[in-house]
Design a protein around this ligand. Structure first.
Ligand code: HH2
Length: 291
């Protein structure tokens, strides 16, 4: 069976399985003043809600609300500031739209409040860097994304030294999955993410996507991929800016699908969803031929 269809199944979110039979799109909803590609554009509940409606219309099954930029070199913000950005948008989205909501946070104190406020997924780009995070998620029935990073956004780019990046990312994520499970987060609630652009060079990002099956295979959990608009795409396309990277993003997603990714975090959902659905249908046909 080709890799592309080897990792089917479901992701358990708030007691309900989200099928991964078809690729799942996660729409990025950054409510920050300073995110690298869309900082300031959807800051505040009004613009954020309009963006959320568009992402759902385009086919996002999950919206990932982020209040703190994690771009290389960025400094953190306080719990209060993060909640002031995220909570009004979470409430507005939940009140109006029938969509799962993920909150992109590294802080257990933020997670506790948004989980009480109805968040369905905690997307932790520090993979349990906060020692309280695992127990906080375990106390709910929400799902958890564990993303690979080394250091923090402020320090990560100086830590991009690997022998075998795919094997090391898998090995470094494995104990984090074990920690979450030991704290009481059921394995079926967890997905893993290789952390494209987090403590990785352009070559390492390419290698990680090319060998994504290593990450999926070692961990046995569904893989989420987040290449959207990242610097390695700009580098490959002659230095284009973040807004000229959406077609390149689609290419990275389709390549990831061919290596087992089932969940894709992107800024522009429609093109990625359509490309992934077509590619997935072709890979299924390939599987039916027994190749
Ligand atoms: N990338 C970013 C943020 N959160 N979460 C997961 N699981 N995977 C990713 O690859 C990922 C992520 C960075 O992108 P963006 O949100 O666009 O930028 P910023 O961190 O500047 O807000």
């Amino acid at each position: 069976m080709p890799l592309a269809v080897a990792n089917l199944g479901a992701w358990l979110i708030r007691g309900r399985p989200l099928s991964l039979e078809r690729p799942v799109l996660v729409g990025v909803l950054n409510v920050t003043p300073d995110s690298f590609s869309d900082g300031g554009r959807f800051h505040g509940a009004g613009p954020a809600l309009a963006r959320a409606r568009q992402l759902v219309t385009d086919g996002a099954r999950i919206l990932d609300i982020g209040g703190e930029s994690t771009r290389p070199g960025s400094a953190g913000i306080s719990v209060d500031e993060e909640l002031a950005r995220v909570l009004p948008v979470l409430r507005a989205v939940k009140a109006e739209l029938d969509v799962l909501v993920s909150v992109d946070t590294r802080k257990a104190a933020v997670a506790r409040v948004v989980l009480a406020g109805g968040a369905d997924v905690i997307n932790d780009v520090s993979a349990l860097g906060d020692p309280e995070m695992a127990a906080t998620v375990a106390d709910s029935d929400a799902a958890l994304v564990l993303m690979h990073i080394r250091g923090t956004p402020a320090t990560m780019q100086s830590l991009a030294t690997y022998g075998d990046v795919a094997a090391e990312v898998a090995a470094e994520l494995e104990p984090r999955v074990a920690m979450a499970v030991a704290a009481g987060v059921g394995a079926e609630r967890i997905v893993v993410d290789p952390g494209i652009g987090f403590a990785k060079t352009t070559e390492q990002n390419l290698e990680l996507i090319a060998r994504l099956d290593v990450v999926a295979g070692v961990l046995g959990r569904p893989v989420l991929l987040g290449p959207s608009r990242k610097a390695f795409i700009g580098a490959l396309l002659g230095g284009v800016g973040a807004h000229a990277r959406d077609a390149g993003t689609v290419g990275a997603c389709v390549a990831g699908l061919a290596r087992g990714a089932r969940i894709f975090r992107v800024h522009e959902v429609r093109a990625a969803r359509e490309a992934l659905e077509v590619a997935d249908a072709i890979f299924r046909t390939e599987a039916a031929w027994g190749r």
